[in-house]
Design a protein around this ligand. Structure first.
Ligand SMILES: [Zn+2]
Ligand SMILES: [Zn+2]
Length: 386
């Protein structure tokens, strides 16, 4: 795979944002480490993700086009573009199979952390990544076995249509903020262990806009966002386990100042199954067999999550013995192959015998030299007393 971001996504140099996003979705699906068999899938997935990040960001894309791939990369390593974006955006999603990959930062970050300290206001006039949102999704074991497409509903902030995310109606009267004289920032000088440091903060009065508006948007109360119920379709990969999270990139809260959306993290929960117990990639089930089956051996049909299979029970099987059906367990997430199915047989003691069966069993006992004294009615009494 070529390094060039356009080549990575397989789009032309004049592709618009939609084309890029479509191409990204396609490639991301292809190389997703959870579904791809390609040994370099993760590496490729990262490249695709990186390419999309740069090419869907107007400023970065312009810089990329002007500088070319190598110079862009160098500049970025020096912290020229990503410096400080998002700040805390890393760290999320780490528990899931799709683990987050955000949060690389250059020296810019470190300096900001060191000297910043101005609270959340300090970055608020530049694009930031939106907040990640979390939700849960419950599926059944069959879905986890097959992999499934599911709808999730999430209430999330979205850009307010009435004010276009501005927080004030279009055309509202405004005047220049007097606190910052329209600059949107105020500068303070601070004494630090390394000497005097000039620190620039976002103006609290105008929130960095430099303008004070006469009216706020009544729909969103000036936030520029409204909470809406969104229904999204999510691809749950086969083999997923309870507690793992799926990351839907860009489906979180909108980023302040036109920044990229945060992500939506979907924690998957798998319902208990009446017949199968899951143990990692393995499954367990219990199977009743009759006394003659256990004694003489038999071939029985065992239900699995993928149809029934035949299992041989050897002669002389004891109740509680466990047999392994190789490869009949859960599919392995991110890998080929399946776990095993462990079948524990339970020999069922017959409780209602007809006369013929009774006689045969008595003969069986006699033949073995056993003496059994049956008191009719005795067991009835005990049963009824409970
Ligand atoms: Zn101001
Ligand atoms: Zn609004």
């Amino acid at each position: 795979m070529s390094e060039d971001f356009y080549d990575v996504l397989g789009v032309s140099r004049d592709a618009d944002e939609d084309e890029i996003k479509d191409a990204y979705r396609e490639k991301a699906t292809e190389y997703h480490p959870d579904v791809s068999d390609d040994p370099n899938a993760e590496e490729k997935f990262k490249k695709v993700k990186k390419a999309k990040e740069v090419l869907t960001d107007d400023e970065k894309r312009q810089a990329y086009d002007q500088m070319g791939h190598d110079r862009f990369e160098q500049a970025e390593k020096r912290g020229g573009f990503d410096g400080g974006r998002g700040g805390g955006a890393g760290g999320m999603g780490g528990q899931g199979p799709f683990g987050g990959m955000g949060g690389q930062g250059g020296m810019g970050d470190i300096f900001e952390q060191f000297f910043g300290g101005g609270g959340r206001g300090r970055q608020s006039n530049r694009p930031q990544k939106g907040q990640d949102l979390r939700t849960r999704l419950t599926i059944d074991l069959e879905d986890a076995y097959e992999g499934v497409q599911k709808q999730v509903s999430v209430r999330r902030p979205e850009r307010c249509d009435d004010c276009d995310g501005e927080g004030h109606p279009p055309g509202t009267d405004s005047h220049t903020c007097q606190e910052c004289n329209g600059r949107g920032q105020v500068t303070q000088v601070q004494q630090t262990p390394l000497g005097r440091v000039q620190q620039t903060q976002t103006c609290r009065q105008c929130g960095g806009e430099g303008e004070i508006y006469a009216e706020t948007c009544s729909t969103c109360g000036g936030d520029g966002t409204v909470r809406r119920e969104a229904t999204l379709s999510v691809e749950v990969p086969a083999g997923i386990q309870s507690g793992q999270s799926l990351q839907m990139e860009g489906e979180g809260a909108p980023g302040p100042n036109g920044g990229p959306n945060g992500d939506l993290l979907i924690e998957v929960e798998i319902e208990d199954h009446p017949d199968f117990e899951r143990d990692g990639d393995d499954l367990r089930r219990q199977e009743p067999i009759s006394f003659p089956q256990a004694t003489f051996g038999d071939t029985v049909e065992i239900p699995t999550l993928d149809g029934t299979v035949e299992m041989d029970i050897p002669a002389g099987t004891q109740s509680g013995e466990t047999f392994r059906l190789q490869g009949k367990g859960m599919p392995r997430l991110r890998r080929r192959g399946q776990g095993d199915l462990y079948v524990q047989v339970q020999v069922v003691t017959p409780s209602d015998l007809n006369d013929e069966q009774k006689e045969a069993l008595e003969q069986f006992a006699e033949a073995g030299g056993e003496e059994i004294s049956v008191e009719e009615g005795f067991f009835e009494k005990i049963k009824n007393s409970f």
